[in-house]
Design a binder for this molecule. Structure first.
Ligand code: HEC
Ligand code: HEC
Length: 509
């Protein structure tokens, strides 16, 4: 039959077939959905390949579990107020697992709170505390301790704890040394300890606002403060300062370090204290999420909106994307580098600028003009629970902090003041933030590589936020799941100084 058909007729027949086929594929309701979804999956698969993503930032890392004896000891230390000068603050004051590994505040209050065990909303500085002004006392937002063992280069918003090797997968434990505030820029601190997490944990106790307080130990050096605290915990030395009422730390250290006959002087050293704390922190691995499942092949782990958001995230401006990946790169969603994105500056500041209430970020460490107002790119894993966001906690919704990136000037001009605690010191917020944006604009004019201005529709912003929420490990949303990282009544309380956190309603966290 076909034999006699002209080419024209054949073409017609073919095109009829294709019209019918495409009607079948796209004409009817449910199958059109499928096509769109498949298109998104294809685009996203390309991105996953281009950026070499596996969904698993813990791959090839040697991270401890919470069950290990050293993690257990570290947990008790992390929750003990005995490590603060006047025994009213513990690490957990600002890094509670139930509060996303942070404190749920824009800016923290460490020492001299009205109620030391009240965390989050309702935590205020006591009017009898040093330097009282009604607002928060610590100048930067407390980052999460979740997944802290995945950092390889820098800790802190300005990277002042820094691996000199920066070898991927090593958390600074690559034999090349770690620079800390105790050593000068670019040189290793001999006492830093084996990884970045341990190195960092040597510092909160030396900060007057965070843990040390302004009283008894004023004028002492960092190493004197640490010596004092190890003696307090170990009940040895002269003078041991405040000895603890109950003290079974020696038994705890003997069993965790498996040295049953070692003495307090041998075992309860600041080195071992921070080793245990760092091990506990590094056991906080929360990397299971819908995005990972998607990469591993479960195509329905993400909704269409989340897929569209992911595509925006990983696409360049030329591809009509938001190019978030240019900084939030890799499976840990950070380049571990520093960028000025004109982030809102508020609070007491770091002593920078004319009035001392500005924060020059990375410049404070490098004195390099290019680093002025640059801050470290945060990881975005579990970002849904780590707010408020920004180095000064100026944004209390994910949508607002995402919008800020797209156009910092518009974000500053339209900043919604109702989102923050009115006690936060913000008289110079506009001037200080404008300085950062002006620097950003002049860098852009000079064609330096800076964050681009990007136009997105409201729907696209919703999609991006939906994608960010796929990075949440369900465990961090459940008290029950987090309970392994929080001591309870069945765990020993070696100094009776445990911080049992309560919220504003008096309920235990
Ligand atoms: C009063 C609140 C407060 C207390 C108490 C506190 N921290 Fe922090 N922590 C912060 C703030 C704020 C930062 C960020 C400071 C900066 O970047 O300049 C931070 C940073 C960190 C970081 C680096 C996070 C990152 O992503 O770079 C770790 C880890 C950490 N703290 C662990 C601890 C440990 C361990 C203790 C106890 C020894 C402790 N903190 C006590 C507020 C606190
Ligand atoms: C030029 C680099 C760069 C690009 C591009 C970028 N970010 Fe960021 N992002 C940062 C830096 C740096 C910070 C922290 C700034 C600060 O606190 O001063 C940040 C902060 C954030 C935060 C707050 C996290 C926290 O813990 O406080 C979120 C959420 C975020 N970025 C999402 C995005 C999204 C979504 C995109 C794409 C629209 C994006 N970022 C593009 C560098 C970048």
């Amino acid at each position: 039959m076909d034999k006699g058909l002209s080419l024209y007729q054949k073409g017609l027949k073919l095109s009829l077939v294709s019209v019918v086929t495409s009607m079948l594929l796209s004409g009817c309701d449910s199958s059109s959905h499928l096509t769109n979804e498949q298109k998104l999956d294809k685009q996203l698969q390309d991105k996953i390949e281009v950026f070499n993503l596996t969904g698993d930032p813990s791959k090839n890392r040697n991270l401890p579990t919470i069950e290990e004896p050293l993690s257990q000891l570290g947990m008790k230390l992390f929750f003990s107020k005995a490590l603060s000068g006047e025994m009213d603050v513990a690490c957990v004051t600002c890094h509670h697992p139930v509060l996303g590994g942070g404190d749920n505040l824009s800016l923290p209050i460490g020492v001299d709170a009205e109620f030391s065990d009240l965390l989050g909303d309702g935590r205020h500085h006591s009017s009898s505390g040093d330097h009282y002004d009604g607002g928060p006392t610590v100048p930067r937002n407390a980052p999460t301790t979740f997944n802290i063992g995945m950092w390889d280069k820098v800790l802190f918003h300005d990277g002042r704890v820094e691996s000199l090797g920066g070898t991927p997968g090593q958390n600074g434990n690559d034999g090349q040394g770690i620079r800390t505030p105790d050593s000068s820029f670019g040189t290793a601190d001999e006492n830093a300890g084996e990884n970045l997490t341990i190195a960092q944990s040597r510092f909160p106790v030396t900060s007057p606002e965070e843990m040390k307080n302004f009283g008894a130990m004023d004028g002492t050096t960092n190493s004197e403060i640490r010596a004092y605290l190890q003696q307090r915990l170990g009940s040895y030395g002269t003078p041991p300062g405040l000895s603890l009422f109950t003290n079974t730390w020696l038994e705890e250290f003997q069993s965790a370090f498996e040295q049953p006959t070692a003495t307090a002087e041998e075992l309860i050293t600041f080195e071992n204290i921070t080793k245990a704390i760092g091990t506990y922190e590094n056991s906080q691995v929360f990397i299971n999420n819908d995005w990972k499942e998607y990469i591993e092949g479960k195509k329905d782990a993400l909704s269409e909106s989340e897929k569209r958001g992911a595509i925006l995230f990983f696409s360049s401006k030329e591809e009509k994307g938001a190019n978030c990946v240019s900084c939030h790169s890799g499976d840990f969603f950070t380049d571990e580098d520093f960028h000025n994105i004109g982030m809102i500056q508020m609070g007491r500041g770091k002593g920078d600028g004319e009035k001392g209430n500005n924060d020059f970020g990375r410049y404070r460490e490098t004195s390099d003009e290019n680093d002025r107002f640059a801050f470290r790119t945060p990881s975005l894993l579990n970002v849904e629970v780590t707010g408020p966001w920004g180095h000064a906690g100026a944004y209390t919704t994910l949508e607002a902090v995402v919008r800020h990136h797209l156009n910092p000037q518009i974000a500053l001009d339209n900043y919604d003041w109702s989102q923050i605690d009115p006690n936060i010191q913000a008289v110079d917020m506009v001037t200080n933030t404008q300085m950062a944006i002006d620097k950003l604009n002049s860098d852009r004019t000079a064609s330096r590589d800076v964050i681009e201005i990007i136009d997105l529709s409201d729907e696209e912003i919703d999609d991006l936020v939906a994608f960010l929420k796929t990075l949440t490990d369900p465990c961090v949303l459940e008290r029950e799941c987090l309970s392994d990282w929080i001591p309870d009544a069945s765990d020993s309380n070696p100094d009776a100084m445990r911080l049992n956190a309560v919220d504003n309603n008096g309920d235990y966290l």
